[in-house]
Design a protein around this ligand. Structure first.
Ligand code: TXA
Ligand code: MG
Length: 321
């Protein structure tokens, strides 16, 4: 199959919508990462998503909406906190897990009684969903296990020849996937940390928000996707947080095939083949660059600011496993 990469002109978006309505799957930009979208009620198209990504069938998909009324077409009942959260954070990098309607295919939710709903903050995504007229289920548009794509060429590297179209909306501004918050139970629980923090959610809700136990233990994760190795470049990823550790590692590592991700100046980093800043927006792009440049070791220096960023720390930890 030929894969077209198109600028998101009205014609290209119309073409993407036509393909989706014909049961194809296409890649589109969001503010977090690129998504691989199918019409939510088209079981055969959703099956293609799992096939193309090599995604385990027990990992549910997120439904992307462009207007709030679309949530009513897929959710059984929306708890009161839903509107409080959507007022504050939609459109934006937050996915809300709620009870799903029976009409939502089981393949979309991996047989769970719930569905994650998110309104991406990206005009191309809105126009595409509007043109299709239905919510789009979309996982990140990468091969399962690889870092999520934050540019159209990342998507092409993984899925070239396997999907008909990639809408090129440039680089994603957030760079890590949405915060996944379960509001189907009495206490809102973060299943996947992201750009929207626990504190922000608690401020708006005026009640405690939990982190899922499974984020810090070996229990079965409630967000099935969190149990898989993720975001992982081919290189081995190591974290350090002291200058001593840095000194030792730079003596024992082959710096010619090593990448250093750091926000503080560490002499003598000039010996490393690549030295890049560490942040949410560029982490996955740095991992992918490491793969392209045959980097064997990625050393990540965890400074105090980074430690406080739970979403970023989660992606780094997943890559070190
Ligand atoms: O930012 C994002 O969320 C991106 C863009 C494309 O919107 N999408 C994304 O989708 O990251 P995906 O499929 O790569 O990750 C979805 C995560 C998985 O960990 C999955 O297990 C969890 O959300 N999830 C989805 N629906 C769920 C549900 N009903 N219950 C629990 N976890 C759910
Ligand atoms: Mg993913």
């Amino acid at each position: 199959m030929e894969t077209e990469i198109l600028q998101p002109t009205p014609e290209a978006i119309a073409k993407a919508a036509t393909l989706i309505l014909a049961g194809e799957i296409i890649a589109f930009p969001t503010e977090t990462v690129y998504g691989l979208g199918a019409q939510i009620f088209n079981t055969n198209a959703i099956k293609k998503i799992f096939d193309v990504k090599g995604r385990p069938s027990d990992n549910p998909l997120i439904a992307h909406i462009s207007i709030l009324s679309q949530a009513d077409t897929i959710a059984k009942k929306l708890p009161q906190v839903f509107s409080i959260l959507t007022d504050a954070f939609f459109p934006g990098p937050l996915t809300l897990v709620v009870e799903k309607k029976e009409t939502v295919p089981d393949i979309a939710s991996a047989n769970l009684p719930t569905i994650g709903i998110r309104m991406p903050n990206h005009p191309v995504a809105w126009k595409l969903i509007d043109s299709v007229g239905y919510p789009l289920v979309a996982p990140s548009a990468n091969i399962s296990g690889k870092p999520s794509p934050t540019t159209a060429s990342h998507v092409a590297n993984d899925l070239h020849g396997r999907i008909p179209l990639i809408l090129d909306g440039g680089a994603c501004s957030v760079g890590i996937e949405s915060t996944v918050l379960d509001i189907s139970t009495s206490t809102p629980t973060i299943l996947r940390p992201g750009h929207i923090t626990k504190e922000q959610l608690e401020n708006i809700l005026q009640q405690p928000v939990l982190f899922s136990d499974s984020l810090s233990s070996s229990q079965i994760p409630k967000a099935p996707g969190m149990k898989y190795r993720h975001y992982a470049p081919n290189a081995s990823v190591m974290t350090i947080d002291t200058l001593d550790q840095f000194q030792k590692l730079s003596e024992t590592t082959d710096t010619n095939s090593a990448m250093m991700l750091t926000n503080i100046h560490l002499p003598p980093t000039h010996e490393f083949s690549v030295v890049l800043p560490l942040n949410e927006t560029t982490l996955f792009a740095s991992f992918r660059r490491a793969d392209q440049e045959n980097i064997k070791t990625i050393i990540v220096f965890i400074d105090e600011e980074t430690k406080k960023n739970i979403g970023l720390m989660n992606r780094i930890e997943k890559a070190t496993k």
